[in-house]
Design a protein around this ligand. Structure first.
Ligand code: HEM
Length: 523
């Protein structure tokens, strides 16, 4: 009993000491903090838990957009954070040598003292890694890989074909495309046949729970100081032991094959070998591979699912795209990279418009002044605003790509807006379109992404016609966020859930072979 009394006494004393401190911090953050004059939600001014809360609900991108609508172009989105919504800020932040990734990215570190491309905040370390990875993702490598990618797409088409026979069954495109995208990445990174499309064994690899936790952690910069990477059990808890097991299997299988196998292809394992010690190397490559597989698969399935969704709801766009593809390529076998695919400007415009409305990386990519940058005599200025040292800054991709100043009628699917390039308004569209980010940390897989999306779409539209499922499954993919907010005119937007990358579902479509097309072509 006396133990309990002692405990209550100690707790009460601690509370008395903490309450004044808590109020002092609140008053400082509201009235005396260098960012106190910037507008924003009250809770965000007081705590980073505002961002973490909406990240846990996967709606942080929507909330940031709404906060811009309410508070203006520059908002305070954490005690120490500013989010901008302009092209000027986009260039000032992401093309700036004095700025690097925010320390919050260290929360994604997977093992102590092990940095992958994503978590290397240090600019020099990042440059070194990016240079190493360059040859894996350049045009030459893409050309060498295209045949393997095409084989995977053929398996995808064969799957759609089976869904047409003996009678049509609805196909959830998210499921099919996430399997296809992961199969492509398994081949691309390790030359390993994961076979998610035809065999259920490794389908757990497309689970995105770990990304949700990562996104919450990215909103809480103090977590990077806790060094989560020291807690190895967390790693297997989040990704799942089986995920790490298959990752190690892919790495070891590739190592056993040696460099000369498929000598025209460069794989992740071959390129990133920096350590001679096998165990250290496997740890390093495991970390790099986890990021790489996610970067190249979750994003791709979100992008292509979104294009299918918008086409199924915009018959004019659907007809125009089908005409472009079928008139450009008299034979399906002719669909490959090259001048003819590049000349399919409407295809590119549809992909861009889907990337604009439903960006596969929809959030604020947090950045900070490089350490020691505060000693620089001239202050950091973003879109005309002097930024106090230590501030986390960024542009929210979803909000920018829905900014009416750049994209009139932002909730309407209009691929045509990407076709012109001469007027000032058209130039603004180009400048404000940033699904792959820009500058030193821009996406390294942009060319691969356009090639993969173009091939999947062109091949599918060449072989099949499709419609939205006419029953209740047909609404899968519609925006429940906007529905719940009563914004009916925005419901037709393909819903992406912000988990740093994008979780998504649907659309559910019914396919039928294009008239006169022999199905055996694709099987
Ligand atoms: C539509 C598809 C894609 C989109 C929208 C996309 C978007 C992005 C974005 C916004 C970033 C910057 C992240 C940040 O600053 O934190 C990024 C980085 C990256 N992406 Fe992509 N990505 C896509 C596809 C791919 C593919 C297919 C690959 C190939 C493996 C890839 C590889 C990478 C890599 C390696 C980085 C890290 C670059 C660095 O930090 O230097 N991405 N991506």
């Amino acid at each position: 009993m006396w133990l309990l009394q002692m405990f209550i006494l100690a707790a009460t004393r601690a509370l008395y000491a903490v309450i004044p401190y808590f109020f002092a911090v609140c008053i400082y953050r509201l009235y005396f903090h260098p960012l106190s004059r910037y507008p924003g939600p009250l809770i965000a001014k007081l705590s980073d838990f505002y961002g973490a809360y909406y990240a846990s609900k996967t709606t942080l991108h929507i909330k940031t957009f709404q906060d811009h609508e309410k508070f203006g172009q520059v908002i305070r989105h954490g005690p120490n954070k500013l989010v901008f919504n302009s092209v000027n800020a986009l260039n000032d932040i992401y093309r700036n040598e004095l700025i690097t990734k925010s320390c919050a990215y260290l929360a994604s570190q997977r093992a102590p003292n092990t940095y992958d491309l994503f978590s290397s905040v240090d600019r020099h370390m990042h440059q070194r890694k990016r240079k190493l990875l360059g040859p894996v993702l350049n045009d030459r490598s893409m050309r060498a890989f295209e045949g393997v990618m095409m084989d995977q797409i053929d398996t995808f088409l064969a799957g759609l074909s089976s869904a047409c026979h003996p009678y049509s069954i609805p196909v959830n495109m998210t499921e099919r495309l996430s399997h296809l995208a992961m199969d492509i990445m398994g081949q691309f990174a390790f030359g390993y046949p994961l076979k998610l499309q035809t065999d259920a064994t490794y389908r757990f690899m497309t689970d995105t729970t770990a990304n949700l936790f990562l996104n919450v952690a990215l909103q809480l910069p103090f977590i990077s100081k806790v060094r989560l990477s020291n807690f190895r059990w967390l790693r297997s808890l989040l990704r799942g032991k089986s995920y790490l097991h298959i990752l190690q299997k892919m790495i070891k299988t590739r190592l056993a094959k040696g460099q000369n196998e498929k000598h025209n292809l460069l794989f992740l394992t071959d390129t990133l070998r920096v350590s001679d010690d096998e165990e250290t190397f496997i740890e390093e490559i495991e970390s790099e591979a986890t990021f790489f597989l996610t970067a190249g698969s979750d994003t791709m399935s979100a992008c292509v699912s979104a294009v299918f969704y918008y086409l199924s709801r915009n018959p004019e766009c659907y007809k125009r795209l089908i005409t472009e593809i079928r008139s450009t390529f008299p034979d399906s076998g002719e669909i490959k990279s090259g001048p003819r695919l590049a000349a399919c400007s409407y295809l590119r415009a549809c992909i861009n418009e889907a990337l604009r409305m439903s960006p596969p990386v929809p959030g604020t990519l947090w950045r900070q002044q490089v350490s020691g940058g505060d000693k620089n005599p001239s202050p950091l200025v973003i879109d005309g605003i002097a930024i106090p040292p230590g501030t986390h800054i960024g542009v929210n991709i979803y909000a920018l790509q829905h900014n009416e100043a750049y994209f009139p009628e932002p909730f309407t699917f209009k691929p045509e807006r990407f076709l012109g390039q001469s007027s000032p308004a058209e130039k603004l569209i180009k400048d404000a379109f940033a699904p792959f980010s820009l500058g030193a940390r821009r996406c390294m897989g942009k060319s691969m992404a356009y090639l993969e999306a173009s091939l999947i779409l062109a091949k599918t539209l060449w072989h099949f016609d499709f419609v939205q499922v006419p029953n209740s499954k047909g609404i899968v993919g519609e925006s429940t966020y906007w529905k719940e907010s009563g914004k009916v005119e925005r419901i037709d937007e393909y819903q992406i859930n912000d988990i740093f990358a994008a979780a998504h579902d649907g659309p559910c479509l019914i396919f039928k072979p294009r008239e006169g097309n022999i199905i055996m072509d694709v099987v």
